[in-house]
Design a protein around this ligand. Structure first.
Ligand SMILES: NC(=O)c1ccc[n+]([C@@H]2O[C@H](COP(=O)([O-])OP(=O)(O)OC[C@H]3O[C@@H](n4cnc5c(N)ncnc54)[C@H](O)[C@@H]3O)[C@@H](O)[C@H]2O)c1
Length: 437
């Protein structure tokens, strides 16, 4: 791929469109506003806190990423979204119960001013939710066209110069790629025919991409992971990425598994279980939505361990993932892992990981980084799948014949090297021979 030419500067306001204004979205928006007011720190966000090394280790050049690449400033972000419930962002955040009342009070007027647009929704795809704030239309194509109108209205009334969409809606039932997803034409026909393989999230993706708006997919839904939308992204010069934010348990998995493989330690089994009590947990209690999440969570180990290359070490791994809805915990998930490994001469050992995490606290900075990086990619003329953003996803999207890279630190290297490449700096290979010449 050709190196991007001059990257357009982030002039004017950047609109952030969020289908799904639940726990993650509201924690993200409230957090950005708290940071803008100087009342909190953007912990967990690379775009705000991380530096990037340039040149040799002896050069002492490590600017902040946000000083190195032309990112939009937080003050220029303007928010909007859709939800199947009418609650404004303050009410939704209060119900989600992630942030304290004290923190929410500080941003109450700001959050109260963000009300969701009516959603495109169908209970067939998220069985545990009963909607009260949805669009009516004669078919799915009609609904998708209404979303396009929403996007244009938002663009005009908020006077934004650019937009990014990040799906923060619920996990839908498991859908496999089908013929109707294969081309943009078949996709439109299928929307008009109300084909069951066209899920609501795909309507938002189609509307965004055909409106020239980049799209990130935070859920494990198929959404933009289909040829029709990918082709449209190329035709409309739009950047897309997905899928499923990599936050708690899978983040730990993609740190630990590469360590075992790096040291050629074997693995017999990995049992992962989760308890969580938020709306996401309730949705995932439905077997159809769980299946979508399960597929996403199971993939990482297989790709990292490469059992086909190391059958003796990884040929018989028993990998199980469970998610249990447990209301008392709310958004404070507990992800518990039992890992059975073996070492020298096959002697067994065990590792236990108990991650008492806060789901949306981990996800919010990911939404911020994805929004800012997708906008950057868009201004740099990078279109289609943005594999360099794999760092943020449980099931990274790739070109059809490529396997995804799951190792968190390879993903980080890929991300930082892409930024260096975009800005015409040398890539860092970690060879290091030059220091000994
Ligand atoms: N928090 C994390 O750590 C994490 C990690 C990976 C993925 N995710 C995914 O991110 C998504 C959001 O998570 P959350 O905790 O905010 O869930 P949530 O249930 O609090 O919010 C999702 C919102 O989406 C709305 N919604 C559902 N279908 C919709 C539609 N068709 N159009 C518009 N709105 C719709 C729901 O009403 C709800 O308010 C989920 O799919 C979740 O699986 C979250």
């Amino acid at each position: 791929m050709e190196k991007p030419g001059k990257i357009a500067l982030p002039k004017g306001k950047l609109g952030v469109l969020l289908p799904g204004m639940g726990a993650v979205s509201t924690t993200f928006m409230a957090g950005v506003e708290l940071v803008r007011k100087g009342k909190a720190q953007p912990v967990g966000s690379l775009t705000q806190l991380s530096t990037i090394r340039l040149g040799k280790r002896t050069d002492a050049r490590s600017p902040l990423i946000k000083k190195f690449v032309p990112l939009s400033d937080l003050k220029d972000l303007v928010f909007g979204g859709w939800d199947i419930f009418k609650d404004n962002a303050y009410q939704a955040a209060s119900k989600a119960g992630v942030l304290s009342e004290k923190d929410l009070e500080k941003v109450k007027p700001f959050l109260s001013g963000i009300s969701p647009m009516r959603a495109a929704f169908d209970r067939e795809y998220v069985k545990r939710l009963d909607s009260t704030h949805v669009k009516k239309g004669k078919n799915k194509y009609d609904l998708a066209t209404q979303i396009k109108d929403d996007i244009e209205n938002f663009r005009k009334t908020k006077r934004v110069s650019r937009l990014v969409t990040c799906w923060c809606g619920s996990t839908e039932v498991f859908i496999k790629p089908e013929e109707v997803h294969s081309t943009p034409e078949k996709f439109v026909e299928a929307m008009k025919a109300n084909h069951p393989a066209i899920a609501p999230s795909m309507l938002y993706a189609w509307a965004s991409v055909t409106s020239g708006v980049p799209f990130a997919n935070g859920a494990p839904n198929l959404t933009v992971d289909i040829p029709a939308i990918q082709q449209l992204a190329l035709e409309h010069n739009v950047a897309i990425c997905g899928k499923d934010f990599k936050t708690g348990q899978t983040m730990m998995k993609t740190v630990l598994a590469p360590a075992f493989k790096a040291r050629m330690l074997g693995l017999d089994g990995w049992y992962s279980t989760n308890i969580l009590g938020n709306r996401d947990g309730e949705v995932l209690d439905d077997p159809g939505s769980f299946k979508t999440k399960e597929e996403s969570k199971l993939g990482a180990l297989e790709y990292i361990l490469q059992p086909q290359l190391y059958p003796m070490l990884y040929g018989k791994v028993f990998h199980k993932v469970r998610i249990n809805y447990y209301p008392p915990r709310g958004d404070n998930k507990e992800g518990w892992d039992n890992i059975d490994i073996f070492g020298w001469l096959g002697y067994p050992m065990q590792i236990k990981v108990d991650f008492l995490c806060r789901d949306s606290i981990l996800a919010a900075p990911i939404v911020l980084d994805l929004v800012l990086f997708l906008d950057l990619a868009q201004r740099a003329g990078m279109r289609g799948i943005q594999e360099w953003l794999s760092f943020y996803f449980k099931s990274p999207m790739t070109a059809p014949d490529l396997y995804p890279e799951h190792d968190l630190f390879i993903q980080l290297m890929k991300l930082k090297n892409t930024l260096r490449w975009m800005m015409g700096e040398d890539l860092i290979t970690h060879l290091g021979q030059e220091y000994y010449d």
